[in-house]
Design a protein around this ligand. Structure first.
Ligand code: ADP
Ligand code: ZN
Length: 212
């Protein structure tokens, strides 16, 4: 199963990707997490990406396409994977198709901007594995510590209210059109993201025809 999760920043893609990946037993490919790790490690890609990400802008298509093409070629992706945060633009989606990276399903997590803006101030992410938490909706068992890997939870640099507003603008301008792209290929499913995390997971599994 090759699945794309679409949705605005803060819609819950990372949160749902982790859960769906466990059910399907496939890896999640989060371009955001890959880029943040590259920034921490000071790699060439990280240096290129940082300035864009700090502003809430998109990293150039060719950088993203390169990262994903390399990642899906790894052996652990042979049985499928979940793309979280990619594609973000029509050219990225076209590049996937052109490389023969065809997706079985595309799920768009639908949510209002106002809900997102309030959610993002409570988001905490793991500095080790990138897992996403929320101080009230999805807290870690021990405050400030990741349940999965034990590393410290941090506030993302691009989660300030100003940057979130900018990321939402970019989403509506460049990413939302992907829904039409995948709808015209007959692969788009819509899921209501403004409900409890478990209910969203259930709706996604139903949408892709998987029994939980
Ligand atoms: P994305 O990967 O789409 O940017 P995240 O999965 O990181 O979004 O979710 C953004 C924030 O909202 C996180 O703090 C997360 O814990 C929280 N969150 C995710 N889904 C829900 C939900 N259904 N209800 C409340 N909070 C949620
Ligand atoms: Zn972790």
């Amino acid at each position: 199963m090759k699945l794309i999760l679409l949705g605005a920043p803060g819609a819950g893609k990372g949160t749902q990707a982790e859960r769906i990946a466990k059910v399907l037993n496939v890896p999640t490919i989060s371009t955001g997490n890959i880029l943040r790790e590259a920034i921490r490690n000071g790699t060439e890609i990280g240096l290129k990406a940082k300035a864009f990400m700090d502003k809430g802008a998109l990293v150039p298509d060719e950088v993203i396409i390169g990262i994903v093409a390399e990642r899906v070629a790894q052996p652990d992706c042979a049985g499928g994977y979940i793309l979280d945060g990619m594609p973000r633009t029509i050219p990225q989606a076209q590049a996937l198709e052109a490389k023969g990276i065809c997706m079985d399903a595309v799920v768009s997590i639908e949510i209002e901007d106002a809900v997102i803006e309030s959610r993002m101030t409570g988001r905490r992410v793991c500095s080790g594995c990138g897992a996403s938490y929320h101080i009230s909706a999805n807290p870690s068992k021990v405050e400030g510590i990741c349940d999965t890997c034990g590393k410290e939870l941090i506030i993302r640099k691009d989660d300030t209210p100003e940057t979130v507003k900018n990321r939402l603008r970019v989403f509506h301008a460049e990413t939302e059109a992907l829904k039409d792209f995948y709808a015209s290929l007959g692969r788009l499913k819509l899921v209501d993201g403004d409900q409890d995390i478990d209910d969203v997971t259930r709706e996604i599994l139903t949408a892709i025809g998987v029994e939980a």
